[in-house]
Design a protein around this ligand. Structure first.
Ligand code: CP
Length: 306
């Protein structure tokens, strides 16, 4: 099965076989992690981080993945680069490409920016989050983490909880999980539920309390205040009352329910602290799996083709 994509822009455009290829590669790398990882797969390659939005997990884990594969990276600081002088995105990437770099890792507040860049350069572009659109490597690491708790996602019930409207993580999870046969539900305040979301193959769960006992996985989303042009929830107290994961709510959950969160977490709003640090949670596994899955993506896009 050969890898046929030049970029990773989203999970929407990958098929089930592509997902399996990345997840198999990640599983292989996980079996070698950390001491026996290959250090020469991307020797002499240089990746450029183009982060127009803040990041801790994605940027650092991409960087660790790049270094673990023997490549090097350059961080462009948007505050001190010529973007600050008004240089266009097109000119920025064309100039960087002319210097001989081998790939771009792009985060931007507008959907479609990674795709735009991919149309104008001849090197791989990886979307590290674009607006509300997609965050494909987060979707992959979430799925990889779920698969550490089940042999298959087919027929498993997964709830994506919270601010669906502003979440690129929700969309990448939905594209990936539905392709792998999971039954995907979404739940959140009506003001944060995009109309027509069911067309992506998910069901809206009207009540968190009613659906919790059925679930195998819950992926809890961050309330993204920075993306809300108007305040979309009447009050934090009300959000907490209906949508916060608390120990009380989890009393009806399956014993082996697995709870994920992409981070960063608003403790006490999306999830209580004792749930964040409790037995159902795999948040730090997700973070570690981020390195492995990003290594898998980088080696498929930039490594020797097999
Ligand atoms: N999950 C995630 O994208 O986190 P960062 O914003 O810290 O990269």
């Amino acid at each position: 099965m050969s890898w046929k994509h030049s970029h990773l822009l989203g999970l929407r455009t990958l098929d089930k076989e592509d997902l399996a290829r990345i997840l198999d590669k990640a599983a292989y790398l996980h079996s070698l992690y950390p001491d026996e990882l290959p250090e020469t797969t991307l020797q002499k390659k240089t990746l450029v981080h183009l982060f127009f939005e803040p990041s801790t997990r994605t940027r650092v884990s991409f960087d660790l993945a790049i270094k673990s594969l023997g490549a090097s990276s350059i961080q462009i600081n948007m505050e001190t680069s010529s973007v600050k002088k008004g240089e266009s995105l097109y000119d920025t990437v064309k100039n960087l490409e002319a210097m001989g770099v081998h790939g771009f890792i792009v985060r931007h507040r507008h959907g479609g920016v990674a795709e735009f860049i991919s149309k104008h350069v001849g090197i791989p572009v990886i979307n590290a989050g674009d607006g509300f659109n997609e965050h494909p490597t987060q979707g992959l690491l979430d799925i990889f983490t779920m698969l550490q708790h089940t042999d298959t996602l087919a027929g498993k019930k997964v709830l994506i909880l919270g601010d669906i409207a502003h979440s690129r993580v929700a969309r990448s999870n939905i594209w990936g999980l539905t392709k792998l046969g999971a039954e995907v539900f979404v739940c959140g305040p009506p003001t944060l539920m995009p109309s027509g979301i069911e067309q992506l193959g998910v069901k809206i769960a009207p009540s968190l309390d009613k659906i919790i006992p059925e679930l195998d996985f819950i992926n809890v989303l961050r309330v993204q205040y920075e993306r809300q042009e108007v305040q979309c929830i009447p009050s934090i107290r009300e959000y907490r009352a209906f949508f916060c994961l608390t120990q009380e709510r989890l009393k009806s959950a399956k014993k082996d329910l697995v709870i994920l969160h992409p981070g960063p977490i608003n403790r006490g709003i999306e999830m209580d602290s004792d749930v964040v640090d409790g037995p159902h949670n795999v948040i730090l596994d997700q973070v570690q799996n981020g390195i492995i899955t990003r290594m898998a993506v980088l080696s498929l896009l930039l490594g020797k083709k097999s």
